[in-house]
Write a protein that binds this ligand. Sequence first.
Ligand SMILES: C[S@@+](CC[C@H](N)C(=O)[O-])C[C@H]1O[C@@H](n2cnc3c(N)ncnc32)[C@H](O)[C@@H]1O
Length: 319
Amino acid sequence: MNENDISENRKFEHISVLPREVLDLLIVKTGPMKVIDGTVGYGGHSSLILKKNAEAVLLGIDRDGEALAAAEKVLSFAMDRIHLVKDSFSNLAACAAGLGWHSVDAILLDLGVSSPQIDNPLRGFSYRLDCPLDMRMDVQSRETASRILNTYPYEDLERIFREYGEIQKSRKLADEIVRRRSEKEWTHTAELADLCNSIPGIVRRGGPPAPSLCFQALRIEVNRELEELKKALEDSVKLLAPGGRIAVISFHSLEDRIVKQYFRMMASYCLCPPGLPICMCGHRQSFKLIAKKPVVATEDETRENRRAAPAKLRVAEKI
Ligand SMILES: C[S@@+](CC[C@H](N)C(=O)[O-])C[C@H]1O[C@@H](n2cnc3c(N)ncnc32)[C@H](O)[C@@H]1O
């Protein structure tokens, strides 16, 4: 692995975050290894992995058919070492079993959406562009942001904005959405961004802009992102071989909290409440934490790639 490989990564439409850190902490084995990239996206991290270990074979999963087609081109230099599958990473164990893999040496999850997804006006992820309220990572799935806004009961909308967007005035926002849909269906992103901006004090001062939090909340619901992550973590712990590692890059506190708590739980040898004279829980320690604190981007990386600023990388090793 050399400087050229890392800088070549920057010519892709999507610049992979924390590339060096992912390689240093995840790909620690030499010789043959099985790797799952559960969010292969535009193939940036996968390409670096396959270059660092010339004997690695990689299963790349993504929900987005467009991303997979791009990854296939980027990874064509290692065609005989890759398997690309359109699926959700919550099915990573089944995807691996499909190849006859019953244990693997490394798993990567680089969560969220890629730059091409955000920048494509047809996908509806950006509140800065006026586009259809879609937000599906898999364009063949049923749920869309507009369907949620037009059909979910007030209580569910309010909970989504409060829990997934951490929006202070979630009741007011849900109320306005329900009121307006009785006059006209929600169809476009700009209308929703305008509504968010029109509610004073909707989010904390100094935090991210209101539309960004509202869109984050809807995107999480459309794509069931938190459920996906929990299931993938549970399957990963079973699938990793002893000494195998999992690396997860998250971009907001809800995801990071899930990863942090799950890794901590798996790195504990007992989950009994304090004070019990003997262990009753039957829990077994499965992970060793590779770093106690999350790894974050350097100032240099953040300067070159704004998306890297909120990224947090956590790594654990199966024992
Ligand atoms: C941040 S991008 C990954 C970029 C990639 N690491 C790279 O360097 O090119 C995230 C990708 O994960 C995919 N994705 C997000 N959640 C997913 C899930 N639950 N199952 C499968 N793919 C998912 C998205 O479609 C997107 O292509």
